[in-house]
Each structure stands twice: as structure tokens, then as C-alpha cells.
Design a protein around this ligand. Structure first.
Ligand SMILES: NC(=O)c1ccc[n+]([C@@H]2O[C@H](COP(=O)([O-])OP(=O)(O)OC[C@H]3O[C@@H](n4cnc5c(N)ncnc54)[C@H](OP(=O)(O)O)[C@@H]3O)[C@@H](O)[C@H]2O)c1
Length: 333
């Protein structure tokens, strides 16, 4: 009997893929988990963040090292076992991580090198919803361009995960935010998030409306995480000396980049990745502190979270790719 109990306790749900492809390659299994080794802790994961990049590792856009591969990069939960040589973390601590591949699981062992403490008062669900997306938002509104009062910025996919947090943070810094979205329902959400003007991305007169709002000058910065479908308009809408920040490509990579147009109007183009902006543990802590502060001081308001059971990761990724989700999506083990 006690053997059976041990067996039950030591198994947890996990998502694995054995080849890259459509969302249907995401299979749910139950797996026995191991004890932490030196410098490692075991985490009972309460919430796993779903990010667009997860779809790239699944569909083959990005390579994976070997199969079976466990998708996902971020999660939050409670430490339930600690290995030798661990000093800064103990059993019972609530922790999170924003980029350790292999996150789609109920239980996992990780090294403490990229682990952060979750502040008192922040739930695991909130943490999983705002680590990758909130750190990215911080990179965009503080490191790449220091958004200040009166800046006019354009945010594509303004009701999405990163887009929602960029909108809220930029508004708190005093910017005028123009958003684009893929549906009328998302338009309402982006306006409720605080965006000043929101247009359907496919709306014909969108370019002329932005020109009107900016008195023909264009916006200071475009935050473009969509890529192929928005990039050309993005360039048209930036003022002389402004900035295009191409930080993602949910619709695919832009087919053509008109460097002459960028040069003529002295537009700076930045193509940032979060890992380059968080090179070490001290910077990670700065990003975490700032982002959790943004949550706790109300800048993010009530975090918009959509939940799927971990076992439904296939549906969650399919919905993300089909532009059906808004805000931050998390998987609950
Ligand atoms: N550079 C970095 O380090 C970094 C870090 C994190 C995330 N990112 C990037 O940031 C972007 C946003 O990530 P997220 O996780 O927050 O996703 P998300 O914005 O919640 O979802 C993607 C959104 O892109 C829009 N979209 C437009 N055309 C699309 C298409 N053909 N297929 C799918 N989506 C389309 C959709 O919004 P509408 O329907 O409203 O248009 C969709 O909801 C992604 O490109 C991601 O790779 C980059």
C-alpha cells in the first residue's frame, strides 16, 4: 500500500512532443519525477506561462535539441524539495523562472541559477502571466525606448499578452497609445486596457487615421510583435527620427525591409531579444523587481488571465495561433 501511495505522489502531468508539427503533436503524459541534485530544487508548479515562442519550438520554426521535447519556458510554484548546496532557496518558497525550457509540467527540477523569488501578495498565476510578457514590456518601454509623457506610440496586437502590458505600462508613463487589433471584441479590450485609439489592423483607413491623430508627423515609436502583416504600415507611420521596434513576428517575418526608406527618414530599427537584455542574475532581479512592482502598484490593473488545464496545451496553442486569445494565457497543471 505505501509503495502505491509513493508511486501516486511521485507522478505528475507533463506535455511532450516526439516530433515537430501541428498542435496535435502535444501529448499529455504522466511521469515519475526525480529528486533534485546539487544546486537544484524541485518545484510543484502551480501555473505555466504560454508564450508565442512555444509554438515556434513545436512547429519547427526553432530547432529543439532532442526528442521527446517538453515545451514551455516559464512557470511559477512552490519549492517542495531542495538538493545539496542550495543556500538561497528553501522548501515552501514560492518561486518562478522566465526562461528554462521544459516548463509544461506539474512538477520539475531546475537549477537555482535563473530562479526568482515571487513577492508576498503575488499569486503563482499572476507571476506566470507577467514574467516573460512583463519583462518584455519593461524591455520595450524602458530599455529600448524610455517612454515618457507625451510620446505617441503605436502597439500592434494591443489586446495580446505582451501588447496588453506594453499598453498599460506606457499609459502609466504618460504616453498616448494607439493600438491595432484583429477583431471588434479585442478593440473593446484594448480600449479598456487604456489605449487612446484602437483600430482594426485590417481597417483600410487606419494609416490615414494615425496620420490625423499625429498631425501628419507620425508616431515616436512603433512596437511591432506581428511582423509580416504590419511591418510596412509600421514604417509609414513613424515620424522622422523615430523608432521601429520589431520584437516578434506572430504573422511571420516581414517579407521586405525597405532600408532606403528607413535611412531617408532617419528611422532607427531595433530587433531585440529579451535574453540579450537580461544577461545576468542581477539584471534578472532588476527586471523582476520592476515588473512585480508594476503589478503591485496597480500599473497592470487586474491582470487579464485566460486559463487552460495543462492537459489542454494542444487547444491553448491552437487558440493562440488562431488569434483567439487575449491577455496572458496560462496552463494549470
Ligand atoms: N523579442 C523578445 O524577446 C520577445 C519576448 C516575448 C514575446 N515576443 C514576441 O511578442 C509577440 C507577442 O507574444 P505573446 O506571447 O504576447 O502573443 P500574443 O500577442 O498574445 O498573440 C499573438 C497576437 O498576434 C496577432 N497576430 C496578428 N497576425 C497573426 C497571425 N497571422 N497569427 C497569429 N497571431 C497574429 C494576434 O492579435 P490580433 O488578432 O489582435 O492581431 C495574436 O493574438 C510574439 O511575436 C512573440 O514571439 C518576443
Amino acid at each position: 500500500m505505501s509503495g502505491l501511495v509513493t508511486e501516486i505522489i511521485k507522478k505528475s502531468g507533463i506535455i511532450k512532443i516526439y516530433k515537430q508539427g501541428a498542435p496535435s503533436v502535444l501529448g499529455y503524459e504522466r511521469e515519475t519525477f526525480r529528486e533534485p541534485g546539487a544546486g537544484q530544487v524541485s518545484i510543484r508548479q502551480e501555473a505555466v506561462g504560454l508564450n508565442f515562442v512555444d509554438t515556434y519550438y513545436r512547429d519547427g520554426t526553432f530547432p529543439v535539441r532532442s526528442f521527446p521535447y517538453v515545451p514551455g519556458v516559464e512557470a511559477a510554484g512552490i519549492i517542495d524539495a531542495v538538493g545539496p548546496w542550495v543556500t538561497d532557496f528553501k522548501v515552501g518558497d514560492r518561486v518562478g523562472y522566465h526562461f528554462i525550457p521544459g516548463a509544461y509540467a506539474g512538477q520539475r527540477v531546475v537549477s537555482t541559477q535563473q530562479l526568482i523569488h515571487i513577492p508576498e501578495g503575488v499569486t503563482s498565476e499572476e507571476a506566470a502571466a507577467i514574467m516573460v510578457k512583463g519583462f518584455t514590456a519593461r524591455m520595450l518601454v524602458k530599455a529600448i525606448h524610455s517612454v515618457s509623457k507625451g510620446d505617441i506610440i503605436l502597439v500592434h496586437a494591443a489586446a495580446g499578452g505582451v501588447g496588453t502590458l506594453v499598453t498599460k505600462w506606457a499609459k502609466a508613463l504618460g504616453a498616448v497609445v494607439i493600438g491595432t487589433v484583429g477583431s471588434e471584441e479585442k478593440r473593446k479590450i484594448a480600449l479598456a486596457n487604456g489605449a487612446d485609439h484602437v483600430f482594426l489592423a485590417e481597417c483600410r483607413d487606419f494609416v490615414s487615421r494615425v496620420a490625423e491623430i499625429t498631425n501628419g508627423e507620425g508616431v515616436d515609436v512603433v512596437y511591432d510583435g506581428v511582423g509580416r502583416d504590419t511591418f510596412t504600415h509600421s514604417i509609414e507611420l513613424i515620424k522622422k527620427g523615430g523608432k521601429i521596434v520589431l520584437y516578434g513576428s506572430s504573422s511571420g517575418q516581414p517579407e521586405h525591409i525597405d532600408h532606403a526608406a528607413l535611412r531617408t527618414r532617419s528611422i532607427t530599427m531595433v530587433t531585440p531579444t529579451l535574453s540579450a537584455y537580461i544577461p545576468d542574475y542581477d539584471t534578472l532581479n532588476e527586471y523582476a523587481t520592476d515588473t512585480f512592482d508594476a503589478l503591485q502598484t496597480g500599473i497592470f490593473g487586474e491582470v487579464a488571465i485566460t486559463r487552460y488545464p495543462l492537459s489542454q496545451a494542444m487547444q491553448a496553442q491552437a487558440d493562440l495561433e488562431a488569434r483567439k486569445t487575449t491577455g496572458s494565457v496560462i496552463l494549470i497543471p
